[in-house]
Design a protein around this ligand. Structure first.
Ligand code: R5P
Length: 316
């Protein structure tokens, strides 16, 4: 079976980098958009191939989800022998439980739709819902970018600052395991913010558990969307006397609405994310971007050769 990479339009640069690492040219794809907004992807030359469809489902989430579903269907109809769907950022993963009666559970709907479109296996990176594996009928490889980001945090000038007594801060209870992972890799202690979400954009930090006084702080999360969570956590650590120039690390940088202004306002000295989602070439804040392409290429290569991926997987 030949290995073929098919890229959607959500982050073509990432798919190109994955292809470069693997030494594979991307398969030809066209995505036609009709005047009413409907999409029609088409692929060629996939007969009997082991196909990897790369598409993060970040904003605009609904367009990218639908495009991905149609792409997987196109690959199946083009005769792909098996299809692995590579979703570096999995949109709807925050909808993993009902906040109140009558709500949908989006992550399950999207996972089922991907499976029924023809996905044989799913590769994701630090999904918000670790239950994704239990939800999905198909095999899921949950990779983690934490070692990559921790390596960057521990390197160079930033590394000196991090080693100089820094505290890793989880901006909410849901991020504690993640913060512990960073803390273990950087040999730094962990503090936790107790947050309450008032709306999609408004978050308050109720209290900080742990000592950050006069210490450099690294706030870590799986994703930054509106920046509300990081802003509230930054306010909490400043209130508790943390040293200035807070560092933030998150796997997925969505930066929607006024996120950049919020982060700049919150006294963040450096934000580190990965390229699971496309980032601007000239960001309006001190942004560092680590590429997950080598890790994705490694995972794809191993799946293709039927080799284990254990050491790449998130331990949750
Ligand atoms: C929520 O639990 C997530 O881990 C993130 O903290 C959250 O989704 C970030 O969203 P925002 O940047 O809008 O606060």
């Amino acid at each position: 079976m030949s290995l073929q990479i098919v890229a959607g339009t959500a982050n073509r640069a990432l798919a190109d980098s994955v292809g470069e690492v693997l030494g594979n040219e991307l398969a030809p794809v066209t995505v036609e958009r009709f005047p009413d907004g409907e999409l029609r992807p088409a692929v060629d030359g996939l007969q009997g191939a082991d196909v990897y469809v790369v598409q993060p489902t970040g904003p605009p989430v609904n367009d990218h989800v639908v495009e991905l579903l149609l792409l997987v269907d196109a690959c199946r109809r083009a005769g792909a022998a098996r299809i692995t769907t590579v979703v570096p950022y999995f949109g709807y993963a925050r909808q993993d439980r009902r906040g109140r009666a009558g709500q949908a559970i989006g992550v399950r709907v999207v996972a089922e739709a991907l499976a029924s479109a023809g996905t044989w296996h799913l590769i994701v990176v630090d999904p918000h819902a670790v239950a994704l594996e239990a939800i999905c009928a198909v095999g899921v490889e949950m990779l983690t970018a934490v070692p990559l980001l921790a390596r960057e945090l521990g390197a160079g000038l930033l590394g000196e600052r991090v080693r100089d007594g820094a505290v890793v801060v989880a901006p909410d209870l849901g991020a504690v395991r993640l913060a512990e992972h960073y803390g273990a890799l950087l040999s730094r202690p962990v503090a936790v913010v107790r947050k309450t979400r008032l709306s999609g954009t408004r978050v308050v930090a109720e209290e900080l558990v742990g000592d950050v006084r006069d210490r450099p702080v690294v706030i870590v999360d799986d994703m930054i969307s509106t920046g509300g969570t990081i802003e509230a956590a930054a306010e909490a650590v400043v209130r508790d006397g943390a040293a200035p120039e807070i560092v933030v690390a998150a796997t997925h940088g969505l930066f929607v609405e006024a996120a950049v202004e919020r982060l700049n306002r919150a006294g963040i000295g450096r934000v580190l994310v990965t390229d699971t989602l496309a980032q601007p070439a000239t960001p309006a804040m001190p942004l560092g971007v680590c590429s997950v392409a080598p890790m994705l290429a490694d995972a794809i290569g191993r799946l293709h050769r039927d080799e284990p991926l254990d050491d790449l997987l998130a331990r949750t």
